[in-house]
Structures are given as C-alpha cells and as structure tokens.
Design a binder for this molecule. Structure first.
Ligand code: SF4
Length: 191
C-alpha cells in the first residue's frame, strides 16, 4: 500500500515476504502475523493505525493480535455490547492512525500506572471479543479502567489520553495528577 507502508513492504513479492518485512519494520522478533499483514496491505486505514502504533509496543501488539477480530459483527458470541465496543475500537484506532500516535514520556507512564494500580476502577478485562486480542498480546491478566473501558497499559502510554476520574482530594486534577479534563472532551481511544 504505497504511501502508508514503506515500498519494500507494499511491493514485496509474496505475502510471506511482506510479513517478514513488516515484522522487521515494526520491531517484532519475527514476521508479522499473516492476518495483520493482509489487512495492512489491503486496508489503508488499518495500515495507518498499525504504522502509527509502531513506537508504542502495547498498542502495536494489540492491533496485530486483534487484526482478525476488529469487525462490527461476526461470531456467534457477539452481543450488542461487543459490537459497540468493537465499533469504538475501530473508529478510535483509525482516528489515531490518521493523526499519528505520540507516546507519553516514560516517567509520565510510570506515574499514571502507579495511580491506576491503586485505583478502584482498575479491573480485569472482561472476556469480551474486543479485549481478546489484548489478552493474546499482553496475557490473560490484561486490566481495563471500568470508567472508560480502555486497556490501562495502552491508555497510560498515549500522551493525549486522560484519566476520566477526578483526584479524590484535588478536584482540579485527575487521578493521574494531571489537569482534569471532562470525559466528553477526551480523544476517543480504541482501548
Ligand atoms: S485511568 Fe484513572 S480512573 Fe481509570 S483506572 Fe486509571 S486512575 Fe483509575
């Protein structure tokens, strides 16, 4: 897909060759999964989201693992809630892909994760379709914030993300100890 993926990936002589080159470009230890490679080669918006995520391993791995699952409807276990979450996931990932992703500084990520660690909104990721890719990528212990339904590891790594809850003792701040922003003004993240 010229213009989004580098030409050596887009013009690889075979899907296997493209997967190998995509894996190298994304910093993986081996070829990219074939499902993700096929989508990246055939869908411009997925390619943009994946390419933009390459400096944020947590998000990159989730996009790779979810390549076969990011759809509006599908398997027999799709419930309306799953469909809504998957739709949110697609829209958010594609928007991020188009705008580019900026990772937060390591010390910011550590402070955010520290706050999430002791927060009552930090819960195990439910066994829903949209989170299964994440469980494959980060393990069965994936956690979400039940206030915004985002995956905590990914959300905390994105510079433009916000914690949706006010700090218990400093209402001008969020629980992340950053200026509190009303949730309706948050970027619509996919995770
Ligand atoms: S993002 Fe904020 S509300 Fe959500 S788990 Fe983390 S600290 Fe709690």
């Amino acid at each position: 897909m010229t213009g989004i993926l580098p030409p050596d990936i887009a013009n690889a002589p075979s899907p296997e060759g493209a997967a190998k080159r995509l894996g190298e470009a994304l910093g993986l230890n081996g070829p990219a999964p074939m499902e993700a490679t096929r989508r990246a080669l055939s869908e411009a918006l997925y390619a943009k989201a994946l390419w933009s995520s390459r400096k944020i391993p947590a998000l990159r791995d989730q996009l790779l693992a979810a390549a076969g699952q990011m759809r509006i409807s599908g398997g027999a276990d799709d419930t309306p809630t799953n469909a809504q979450l998957v739709a949110k996931s697609i829209k958010g990932a594609l928007k991020w892909g188009m705008e580019g992703l900026k990772p937060a500084a390591p010390w910011v990520i550590q402070r955010r994760l520290g706050a999430c660690l002791s927060c009552p909104h930090n819960v195990p990721a439910p066994d829903k379709l949209v989170y299964r890719g994440a469980k494959v990528a980060v393990g069965k212990d994936a956690r979400i914030c039940d206030a915004c339904h985002c995956l905590i590891n990914t959300k905390s790594a994105i510079s433009t993300e916000h914690c949706p809850e006010k700090h218990p003792s400093q209402p001008e701040l969020s629980r992340w100890e950053e200026p509190w922003v009303p949730p309706e003004k948050h970027p619509k993240g996919p995770w």
